[in-house]
Design a protein around this ligand. Structure first.
Ligand SMILES: CC(C)(COP(=O)(O)OP(=O)(O)OC[C@H]1O[C@@H](n2cnc3c(N)ncnc32)[C@H](O)[C@@H]1OP(=O)(O)O)[C@@H](O)C(=O)NCCC(=O)NCCS
Length: 157
């Protein structure tokens, strides 16, 4: 069973050592970068919620959520949740863990950790066909917006 655990001193260094394959590097920032970004975002008054993804007690991936609008975001960001990072370590990919972790993430967001919302959004690069298939299977659909060069997809919460 997949569980989310907050990033703290007990797991942060293990999380920074998780990695994706070389050909996936351009699809997601490193976890170190994301955790630094989370710190700075919070200092600036924005929500940023980073978690380790665990398969029982084994650390297998990392996710980070945002909430509400920041400059440059698509309109769907207003009052809604964002999955801004999502990765499964290369050793654990292709075993159904990404799919299960995404469901666990949506369940967590439906507890409204930062307040109520109607939707969760995310963005992916058009070459990232694996992520697109996974998001589609979970109910995400493109809404016509973009975030930088990335395609925005949205799921009702
Ligand atoms: C995207 C990612 C999280 C998927 O994790 P995973 O644990 O390998 O995925 P799963 O094994 O649960 O597979 C989930 C779905 O992805 C798709 N998928 C997985 N491997 C695939 C492959 N080799 N080819 C095509 N589709 C694939 C399928 O739709 C699959 O669902 P299905 O098994 O019901 O067909 C993982 O590949 C990853 O971390 N990639 C690098 C980072 C990244 O791209 N993050 C997303 C940024 S937007």
């Amino acid at each position: 069973m997949i569980r989310l655990r907050k990033v703290d001193l007990s797991n942060v260094w293990d999380i920074t050592r998780l990695s994706v394959r070389d050909d996936q590097q351009s699809f997601v920032a490193s976890n170190s970068y994301s955790i630094i970004e989370a710190f700075a975002s919070r200092e600036s008054g924005h929500a940023a919620l980073p978690f380790g993804l665990y398969d029982d007690d084994t650390l297998v991936g990392f996710v980070m959520f945002g909430y509400d609008y920041m400059d440059g975001d698509p309109e769907i960001a207003r009052g809604n949740y964002l999955i801004c990072r999502f990765m499964i370590d290369q050793r654990y990919q292709g075993k159904g863990l990404g799919k299960a972790a995404l469901q666990a993430c949506l369940r967590y967001l439906r507890t409204w950790p930062c307040g109520p919302a109607t939707h969760c959004w995310l963005s992916y690069e058009k070459e990232n066909t694996v992520a697109k298939a996974m998001y589609h299977a979970a109910g995400f659909r493109e809404n016509g917006e973009t975030s930088g060069e990335e395609i925005v997809a949205v799921c009702a919460l």
